[in-house]
Design a protein around this ligand. Structure first.
Ligand code: SF4
Length: 260
């Protein structure tokens, strides 16, 4: 039995944000919590989850990340506020506060220039540093079942698969204190997260169109070109479903791994 959709939290559709206070006034936002508000619909989950922050294994990180958030803002004369540090600095700041000495970068080979820059910065600031590129297993894509016509450069070419599980296991083996993700593909990042055994944060995410700034697509959905993202119709793509994964079987035009 599926869950009743009406009970899903829908914070993204909220008009009041009555759960939070205003950065400007320091007072709770006015207004009613909507009917889909998890504070109304799932108060027991909220209560239970807040207790989790107090557990010994979570408290240091909960406290430190809240302090880190505080330190991202600074006050100028006249009670003017501004943000103060970049994400690169924030990662180092958080690591220092948590006592993490060894950082481990898992990155996409397409962002190797950026990975080198990150390595130089983290190294210059005194962190021990391990880094693993996504192609680290040097294993052809055929190993996971891709056919010749599923290669980006076409049949007969050599294409090395991304190996996020290998990246994670190598970083686990290097006993890094904090893993830092940089630009892995969608799905590869998911597998990395599944296998990494240490606390993990994100420096950058891949977007092959928007210079690794995927949120731009959200902004541009308000304009004429990417407005198509808001047209109400099921998302259509040339789907290559996993052959034993029944979920996409009913999509028209789907092309399975068995078809080649
Ligand atoms: S928690 Fe409630 S009040 Fe806050 S954003 Fe979600 S729905 Fe709105």
């Amino acid at each position: 039995m599926g869950k009743d959709k009406d009970l899903y939290p829908q914070c993204a559709m909220c008009e009041t944000y009555a759960c939070m206070s205003s950065l400007k006034t320091g007072e709770m936002n006015p207004g009613e919590k909507p009917d889909f508000c998890p504070l109304k619909v799932k108060p027991e989950i909220i209560r239970h989850s807040v207790e989790e922050y107090k557990k010994p294994e979570n408290h240091a990180m909960a406290y430190t990340s809240a302090v880190q958030e505080f330190q991202n803002y600074e006050w100028l004369p006249g009670r003017k506020m501004r943000t103060s540090i970049t994400r690169v600095e924030e990662i180092m700041d958080f690591a220092k506060k948590m006592g993490y000495r060894r950082l481990g970068l898992a990155y996409c080979a397409g962002l190797r220039y950026e990975a080198r820059l990150a390595a130089e910065i983290f190294g210059a600031k005194g962190f021990e540093f391990a880094s693993v590129c996504c192609k680290c297993s040097s294993t052809p894509k055929e190993e996971v079942g891709l056919s010749e016509d599923q290669k980006i450069r076409g049949p007969g070419t050599i294409e090395i698969m991304c190996s996020p599980i290998t990246q994670a296991i190598l970083l686990n083996d290097a006993e890094v204190d904090l893993a830092v993700m940089l630009g892995q593909c969608v799905g590869h990042d998911t597998l990395f997260i599944k296998y990494i055994a240490v606390p993990t944060t994100v420096l950058g995410v891949k977007d092959r169109v928007f210079g690794h700034d995927p949120i731009r697509a959200l902004y541009l959905s308000q304009g004429p070109y990417y407005g198509r993202l808001l047209i109400e119709e099921p998302y259509e793509s040339e789907v290559y479903p996993y052959k034993e994964h029944g979920r996409y079987d009913d999509l028209s035009g789907a092309k399975g791994l068995d078809s080649d």
